[in-house]
Design a protein around this ligand. Sequence first.
Ligand code: NAI
Length: 526
Amino acid sequence: MQERARGVALSPGDAVLVVGAGAMGRGIALVAASAGHPVFLADVSEEARRRALTAIAEELEGGVRKGRMSAEEADAIRERIQAVAEPQGVASQVRLVIEAIVEDLEVKRALFASLEPLVPSEAILATNTSSLSITAIAAPLARPERVVGMHFFNPPSRMKLVEVVSGLATASEVAQTIRDTAVRWGKIAVMARSTPGFIVNRVARPFYAEALRVLAEGAADCATLDAVVREAGGFPMGPFELMDLIGHDVNFAVTSSVWSAYFYDKRFQPSLIQQELVWAGRLGRKSGRGFYDYAEGASRPAAAEVPPCHDRVPSAVVAVGEFGPFSALLERLAAAGVEVQRRPADTGTGPVRIEAANVWIVPTDGRTATRLAHEHGHADVVVLDWARDWAQTLRAAVARADGCAQDSWACALGLLQRAGIAVTPLDDVAGLILARTVAMLANEAADAVLAGIGTPRDIDTAMRYGTNYPLGPLAWAEAMGVARIVGLLDRLAEHYGEDRYRVSPLLRRHLWNERPLDGGDEGEKK
Ligand code: NAI
């Protein structure tokens, strides 16, 4: 185990210089001042400085109105922030510089080069970059070991996560000091190695990519897919509404930059659909139109849902095989008055399934319903998407085989409805929507662990607090069973014949060892 480097959090008396008073810089200044630091907020633009101070004052007033702080506390915080035009003029007084200027390597290098000779020798130079290499930013400096990434999320005052990113030269005490300081500032800090996208912007890519891919295959419309991801997956927002919120220009640029930075790895390939939206200027909420229409009076399309099929529910079903996390669905069926008989798994290759009258309901293993029907010589197959929690879920997605009889389809739908589940029909796409999204997130998280980008615990923590996922992807893989994740990815790889779905060697390794994916490390708890 690596020895914990010693770093000491900044004390409230230490002055902080934030350079760049845009959306991020002003938020970071507020966070630092709220923790008691005197803060210089520098920007080349007078207009930006003025707007930043106004925005900070408004946010503080809001805090007072909501009872989060007293008017005196708000005044004290505001007084600790001083706007300056030239960071060089105050550099000698500060213990920490956080730059949040334009995302341009040469501009950031030039700023640090001008500040390096002026700041005290113990000062740390931190960058809020979300996509540039910390190693590259630091390289031209005389002392690159004191450059570190301090990556806040937007808006900095509300998002809990800070990624502390080390480049090749970053001293471990420097990273540790920034981590401890972020914690003192009320943040949740994770350690990451400088690689494209760091943790969050890399591991989150499949959340968008799989949904875009399923949309491109015409499996369902955006509102339907969003509803499944939100309601069955427990994500706070569906992928399409989230991309609309982030802005397609930003989201597409991040995807494209991660893709090229990983030398065009198929796993990160951007979507043509999103590129079209960018070209059309349909950037999402901010432009009034993206996947959804935000014009005044525009109505939000409803998710597809099947009508009630209550008259088709059989009184008894047979559950074949090991249901694992799907067992709670059987319990719900039993509680709803359906007799559930259990039968061990087939000796052959029959899938885990619920047999209801003539239909097989199969929790997706990555095969399409049509393929399952063909492989098992049983026409009436319906595949069932995953849910975050089968004891609770109020929605689930299903798809039927091309040859599935209407009566059998209605029987499967009625059965799920009997358990209190709203059923969303998708076209017969491999891995449906939630299952392939969760499996790909877990795969990406596992690969990030394998590449030493962060510890399993830090990666799960980063995804929970940087993106508000209900569960870290590795903990989710553990809950689903790593074998299910690997099986699903193998089927997707086979189905598409693409390297994009290759299984992380770490997931494969965990099929055979007993260590938990999400807690097996001795990572520090923060
Ligand atoms: P922004 O465009 O809102 O603000 C940048 C500010 O920096 C502007 O006010 C500009 O006048 C000023 N500036 C530019 N060059 C300067 C220089 N040489 N010296 C002093 N001031 C200068 O940008 P935003 O969104 O605040 O982003 C800033 C940094 O934070 C970028 O590196 C970005 O990648 C990163 N970031 C952005 C996030 C976001 O969601 N917007 C999230 C996390 C990181």
